[in-house]
Design a protein around this ligand. Structure first.
Ligand SMILES: C[S@@+](CC[C@H](N)C(=O)[O-])C[C@H]1O[C@@H](n2cnc3c(N)ncnc32)[C@H](O)[C@@H]1O
Length: 381
């Protein structure tokens, strides 16, 4: 691979492209190519490192290895074999291949996967003049993905998905993905000078993500990435970027972040997670029942929450009670802004107030709506 010229893909969840694009622009990237579920840039391995370390809303960072038309297995094999695999996979590198196919003549995933693997093996054997390939070293995971008979081969650089920041070893019921929580915060009016409250915080994801944003803590500082073991790249870049990221942490800003949940065990989990993320002192966690919440003691706060959806019949009434209470809280606290994610289409009716904006998103595989109620701006803004 020509290491200083890479086509890099930041893969996002559907609907999150614009948020991720904005994040990349803030990191200084200007030439961005946005497609469904991805943002692409031309860059170097240094960019691979930075994007893995800094992007809060991308799911993973990949390198595009090749793209070509493939309507037959022969085409898939021959085109794959044309790639100079020896420049990508060093001796000893393990190279599993995954496959995906949408609207394409080649739809057998196991066949696509086997053929691409075989083409890589043959090419490497020819290039190295070896009969047997040792795969006991670093991992180079490829994916061949077919869409409308166009094959694209990508190399994953992240390893575990980027939502795995390393701080959430324990979870409550139905936790939200960290990448999704970060995107929802980005889509809100919250900034580090404002109060943020999640009154049904579960494992604490919203206030923890808000603290990481406010402190400018790179979300990947606490975890490992596959590409950290790739000795055919300049591995000192990881240390360089991590050291630079640590210097950028803002330890000074005073934060007002709150997480409540009626389940005291879940609140303990949230505290452990916040501690692992290094932001325990930034968030006030407390066990409180949302249904018994009095008028809030602060003005101009931002409430972001992912309440129970009431999908199970025996939980429906409970969810409706929560949505009604949400409506009451909005009445009592008119200077606040409110953001709520649910799949329950009865939410607005039960809350008794139409949202200013409703955004369609996916929480995992569940179709959800992100209801947004914009309050007034705080006077000093
Ligand atoms: C979908 S989960 C929230 C997940 C959370 N966003 C996370 O990332 O872990 C809903 C949470 O609401 C809490 N909850 C349900 N009813 C509540 C109530 N009346 N008062 C406070 N919390 C409540 C549950 O204990 C659960 O943790």
């Amino acid at each position: 691979m020509v290491q200083d010229k890479l086509r890099i893909i930041a893969a996002t969840a559907f609907g999150m492209e614009a948020v991720c694009k904005r994040e990349m622009q803030k990191l200084g990237y200007t030439e961005l190519f946005v497609e469904n579920g991805r943002i692409e840039i031309n860059g170097t391995f240094e960019d691979v490192v930075r994007l893995n370390l800094w992007l809060r809303t991308a799911e993973r960072i990949k390198i595009k290895v090749g793209t070509f038309k493939a309507e037959t297995f022969t085409e898939l094999f021959d085109e794959t074999k044309k790639i100079q695999w020896g420049k990508i996979i060093p001796k000893g590198g393990a190279f599993p291949v995954d496959a995906k196919s949408v609207k394409s003549k080649l739809f057998s995933l196991s066949d696509c996967q086997k053929i691409v693997k075989k083409a890589i093996v043959e090419k490497l054997k020819e290039e190295r003049k070896e009969d047997w390939l040792d795969e006991s070293g670093a991992l180079y995971r490829f994916e061949v993905s077919l869409l409308n008979d166009i094959a694209e081969i990508t190399l994953d650089t992240s390893g575990a998905g980027l939502h795995k920041r390393g701080y959430r070893k324990l979870i409550g019921f139905a936790p939200i993905k960290e990448t999704m929580a970060a995107a929802m915060i980005d889509l809100s009016y919250w900034n580090k000078d404002r109060i943020l409250l999640d009154p049904m915080c579960g494992s604490g994801t919203f206030p923890i993500e808000a603290a990481l944003i406010a402190r400018n803590i790179a979300p990947g500082l606490n975890r490992k990435f596959t590409a950290e073991k790739w000795e055919n790249f300049d591995l000192s870049l990881w240390q360089k970027e991590k050291t630079a990221a640590k210097k950028l942490i803002d330890y000074d800003t005073e934060l007002n972040l709150y997480g409540y949940d009626y389940d005291p065990e879940v609140v303990e989990i949230a505290k452990i997670n916040a501690d692992d993320a290094g932001v325990l002192e930034d968030v006030h966690f407390e066990s409180k029942d949302f249904l018994k919440l009095d008028k809030l003691p602060w003005e101009y706060g931002v409430m972001i929450t992912n309440p129970p959806y009431g999908e199970r019949i025996d939980k429906r009434d409970e969810a409706i009670q929560i949505y009604k209470k949400f409506g009451q809280i909005m009445e009592e606290n008119p200077t606040w802004s409110y953001y709520l994610l649910t799949s329950n289409e009865d939410f607005e009716g039960a809350a008794g107030k139409k949202s200013d904006r409703k955004r369609k998103l996916f929480n995992g595989n569940i179709k959800v709506d992100y209801y947004q109620y914009y309050g007034p701006r705080p006077p000093k803004e």
